[in-house]
Design a protein around this ligand. Structure first.
Ligand SMILES: NC(=O)c1ccc[n+]([C@@H]2O[C@H](COP(=O)([O-])OP(=O)(O)OC[C@H]3O[C@@H](n4cnc5c(N)ncnc54)[C@H](OP(=O)(O)O)[C@@H]3O)[C@@H](O)[C@H]2O)c1
Length: 58
């Protein structure tokens, strides 16, 4: 399975890339500064369980 690490995954282009790569079956590591404040990304991780992991950059 191909994998990708995306910075700024909580919003904007990063979030859109995370969504689209996960939808295409990639293993996505989505990095953001404050995961506790990344509700859209965390919701997406729940729906893509096992495919999308949210990581804190700090
Ligand atoms: N949108 C476009 O059509 C477009 C076109 C061409 C180029 N770009 C460029 O592509 C980049 C992303 O665009 P975007 O529209 O996705 O922007 P955005 O919606 O403002 O998102 C920016 C992302 O970068 C993160 N970020 C900002 N400063 C950071 C820092 N110092 N350290 C770590 N993360 C940081 C933000 O995290 P936080 O939420 O924690 O702040 C957020 O996840 C920008 O540089 C923009 O100029 C965008």
């Amino acid at each position: 399975m191909p994998s990708i690490l995306i910075t700024g995954g909580n919003r904007g282009l990063g979030f859109e890339f995370a969504k689209q790569y996960a939808a295409d079956g990639w293993r996505v590591y989505a990095v953001c500064r404050d995961p506790s404040n990344a509700s859209d990304l965390l919701r997406l991780a729940e729906t893509r369980e096992g495919l999308l992991e949210v990581l804190a950059s700090t």
